[in-house]
Design a protein around this ligand. Structure first.
Ligand SMILES: NC(=O)c1ccc[n+]([C@@H]2O[C@H](COP(=O)([O-])OP(=O)(O)OC[C@H]3O[C@@H](n4cnc5c(N)ncnc54)[C@H](O)[C@@H]3O)[C@@H](O)[C@H]2O)c1
Length: 286
């Protein structure tokens, strides 16, 4: 577990902008050494300059989280620069909208590649190292409230964020009782550059585009939380090893409504079949 960030090393993806950049600032302010990883080279350079000017011990590495080789390379650069890594923030993410049946295959591939496989790659590149050094650590995956609430019109985003929540829950079950903590950040609208995600779309997933994907969504993002507030919540969540880190209490009823529906489905299920197989529940308990 991570009680203090002082002298620890953190690796953060999507670190050139928004929540990732705020995370690197907050971690550095607490005395952590930080490796910034991002696909947007210009913004990455600017973020690194800014952090170093503030006195942080920071480095940067260009990285496409959807590409396993690129993440492994970034991990090797981080080990070479700082030695041990303790905190891994799999934060890079992108969004796109449209009705389910109309979303292009390349759009699905892009969001699965960055939002979901990016987190898988980060875990696989760093977790064996954290286990081996034995000083404890923490993995934070950035999902979204969208993964819990499932609003219409952004299926690849919702589905990949739900997958990140499930991935994190599974990892927490696998690491229970160890000195490695696990958290998932489920936030809602935060004032970042997410509305222009396609600016950084790798060419193998189609053409990059600077235009906001959805003006209505862009307005909600613009009116959203300060990323620095979200970063502070994440650091507090790491310290107390919270599995779920939330930032928007006003979404509570939406999530409660979803669970009410699931519980009502259990009530209907029990009308037809008695719960006589405790081994099933035991196998599914984390
Ligand atoms: N802003 C919101 O309202 C909001 C809400 C919920 C969750 N999130 C999540 O927060 C995370 C951070 O997004 P943000 O809002 O700060 O947006 P942002 O666009 O400001 O920052 C995202 C960063 O990820 C980088 N990135 C994109 N593709 C990448 C790739 N293939 N490899 C490496 N880096 C890549 C971008 O260059 C950018 O610097 C994402 O996972 C996003 O889904 C954001």
């Amino acid at each position: 577990m991570i009680g203090s960030f002082d002298g620890r090393t953190a690796f953060v993806t999507g670190a050139a902008s928004g929540i990732g950049l705020a995370l690197t600032r907050a971690l550095a302010a607490e005395g952590a050494k930080v490796m910034l990883a991002d696909i947007e080279q210009g913004a990455l350079n600017a973020a690194l300059r800014d952090l170093k000017d503030s006195g942080a011990d920071a480095r940067a590495v260009a990285c496409d989280v959807s590409d396993r080789t690129s993440v492994i390379h970034a991990a090797e650069e981080t080990f070479a620069a700082f030695g041990k890594v303790h905190v891994v923030c799999n934060n890079a993410g992108v969004g796109i909208g449209g009705p389910v049946e109309a979303i292009a295959e390349a759009d699905w591939d892009w969001l699965i590649g960055v939002n979901f496989m990016g987190a898988v790659h980060g875990i696989q590149a760093f977790l064996p190292h954290i286990k081996a050094h034995g000083e404890g650590g923490h993995v934070v995956n950035t999902a979204s409230m969208a993964g819990l609430a499932g609003p219409a019109g952004i299926a690849p985003y919702n589905a990949t964020k739900a997958a990140v929540i499930s991935l994190t829950e599974t990892l927490a079950a696998e690491l229970a009782g160890t000195d490695i903590g696990v958290s998932v950040l489920c936030t809602a609208f935060v004032r970042t550059r997410i509305a222009t995600s396609a600016r950084n779309r790798p060419s193998r997933f189609g053409e990059a585009d600077d235009a906001p994907a959805n003006p209505q969504m862009a307005a909600l993002v613009e009116a959203g939380l300060d990323p620095a507030f979200v970063a502070d919540r994440v650091l507090a969540g790491i310290r107390s090893n919270d599995l779920y880190i939330l930032t928007h209490p006003e979404v509570r009823d939406v999530v409660a409504g979803r669970f009410d529906q699931i519980m009502a489905a259990f009530d209907r299920a029990s009308l037809h079949e008695p719960a006589t197989r405790p081994e099933v529940a035991a196998a599914l308990r984390a």
